[in-house]
Design a binder for this molecule. Structure first.
Ligand SMILES: [Ca+2]
Length: 519
């Protein structure tokens, strides 16, 4: 069964033309790999790393010639070579690598329980790291909490296969609103679903951008309903999440409140309060509407990026103001997006083919040093900061290109270790630092619990991917929301879903849930 999945995923990836860049690592494995490496020669480390869709990274002519990468080599005393994995093709590329590509020494994943990584764990492609961490990763061991090591994205059957990043907040999505629009309309931030709808109607009808045209898009999101889940949160049915009720772990996709949530979205769509291009909209078009055109009033994204959003919307509309507001609350008075775990988006794994895995562990352990933290937060002396009387004077970026460049050291090169957000001194003087702190506060106070958090890939879902969120459910959601089917179609969908293997999915999920409760 597993073999079939791999081949399916492989052919999909091949069809998508994602082979490029797979074999660009000739000549990086030198003699330094052997035991007899000379003391002065820095160890070589080849790292497979995603671009995260960051402009600076994706726009770099050669990331290995970048000044920050050179600086990283210098101060970490590790001769790193970075192999970029394009953000949009990340999962396919990993599937290809594990299916027989040349693996790097250290590889970024989004968790060892993800469908593209889980087979590599089961077939022994990845090294268990427990002993290596004990020996060579004292700072990793000390600083990463036990809960994170135990998480299914990191460990399986007591064996650690990944080194995780740690999230500054487990709730990674908040609502962002054009405060200048609210102010102009004399409105207060909404709380309930009805108040949100009232606000969105005013955004649509009352020309808050003041250009005399009804060009406003009150609420926008991305294809597959990505970044468009706040109203699902109001009804406590975040589509990919699970709820333990009546002795079973049930996917939110089929719970009765989902019908209500879909009906609510149908109204939003019909009245054009929800962007009517939401099912097909690419990230860059969504971005352009919010930033360059400045015609979107409400969207959702990461709280840690609130300052970046504020600055980017200002480039299109200098008078704009961004605010972070609590997500709409539903019938139970609660709301918010999915609460994930403290384990961040990156989980670093070491393939069996890596000759000196301890070097990879030592390298990651170095990120917890003061020297590493200073570099990652403040960049390079003379360019990004100066030292005056023993105090760092950091040039906080204001222009968009500088903000993009700052992400290189502040976020992207910080492969593990504490986030800059927890550095109060740094945040205090940062432009819009207060907005980020408010965003983190909102994120900490809301969000929906996912009872399926950390669940490994279920066999039936692996064999029948159409039973997952982006399959039959997304098809149905599109039909109901765009008015092609009545909300009653939901009932038939639930029946179909169960018959096509869903009952087995629920059984497997429930067994897993009960096994975790016994611990
Ligand atoms: Ca207008």
């Amino acid at each position: 069964m597993r073999k079939k999945i791999t081949l399916l995923a492989l052919s999909a990836a091949l069809a998508a033309g994602t082979l490029a860049g797979c074999s660009s690592n000739a000549g990086t494995k030198g003699q330094a790999d052997s035991q007899g490496k000379t003391d002065n020669k820095p160890v070589k480390l080849k790292i497979g790393i995603g671009t995260e869709g960051l402009q600076y990274i994706e726009g770099s002519p050669n990331i290995n010639d970048d000044k920050y990468v050179k600086k990283l080599r210098e101060i970490s005393k590790t001769d790193v070579t970075l192999d970029l994995i394009p953000h949009r093709e990340f999962d396919q590329k990993l599937t290809l690598l594990f299916a027989g590509g040349e693996l790097p020494d250290l590889l970024q994943t989004h968790g060892i329980n993800k469908p593209e990584v889980a087979p590599a764990v089961d077939t022994g492609v990845l090294i268990p790291l427990n002993e290596l961490i004990d020996k060579y990763g004292p700072n990793l061991k000390k600083n990463i909490p036990k809960e994170s090591w135990d998480f299914a994205a990191v460990s399986k059957d007591g064996k650690i296969y990944g080194i995780p990043t740690v999230n500054a907040t487990p709730n990674g999505t908040v609502m962002m609103v054009r405060k200048d629009w609210l102010d102009k309309l004399g409105m207060k931030p909404p709380k309930t679903v009805d108040e949100y709808i009232e606000m969105l109607k005013a955004f649509k009808d009352k020309d808050p951008n003041g250009n005399g045209k009804a060009d406003e898009i009150p609420y926008s999101g991305r294809e597959k309903l990505a970044f468009t889940e706040a109203f699902f949160g109001a009804y406590d049915v975040i589509p990919a999440d699970w709820k333990f009720e009546n002795g079973q772990l049930i996917p939110n996709m089929i719970r009765p409140a989902m019908k209500e949530a879909l009906t609510a979205h149908r109204k939003l769509y019909e009245q054009k309060l929800l962007d009517n291009e939401v099912f097909v909209q690419k990230a860059k078009d969504w971005d352009a509407k919010i930033k360059g055109q400045g015609i979107v009033g409400l969207w959702s994204h990461g709280p840690r990026l609130a300052d970046k959003w504020a600055a980017e919307v200002k480039t299109g509309t200098p008078s704009s103001q961004l605010e972070i507001i609590p997500a709409p609350v539903g019938p139970d008075g609660k709301g918010g997006l999915s609460i994930t775990s403290a384990v961040g988006g990156s989980v670093w794994v070491i393939p069996k083919t890596t000759k000196n895995p301890e070097n990879a562990i030592k390298f990651l352990d170095w990120f917890y040093s003061d020297e590493a933290q200073k570099f990652l937060t403040y960049g390079t002396e003379g360019e990004d900061y100066t030292v005056d009387g023993g105090k760092i004077k950091y040039k906080y970026p204001e222009k968009q290109e500088d903000i993009y460049r700052e992400e290189m050291h502040l976020v992207w090169l910080r492969m593990v270790g504490p986030s800059h957000l927890s550095d109060a001194e740094f945040m205090k003087n940062r432009p819009s630092g207060d907005l980020v702190l408010r965003a983190m506060d909102v994120a900490a106070k809301e969000g929906r619990k996912n009872d399926g958090l950390g669940m490994p890939a279920l066999p039936t879902l692996q064999a029948r991917p159409e039973l997952a969120r982006d399959g039959l459910w997304l098809e149905l959601a599109a039909k109901i929301i765009t008015g092609k089917e009545a909300p009653e179609a939901f009932d038939k969908f639930v029946e179909d879903w169960k018959k096509r293997g869903g009952d087995q999915v629920i059984k497997e999920a429930t067994d897993w849930y009960k096994s975790t409760q016994k611990k």
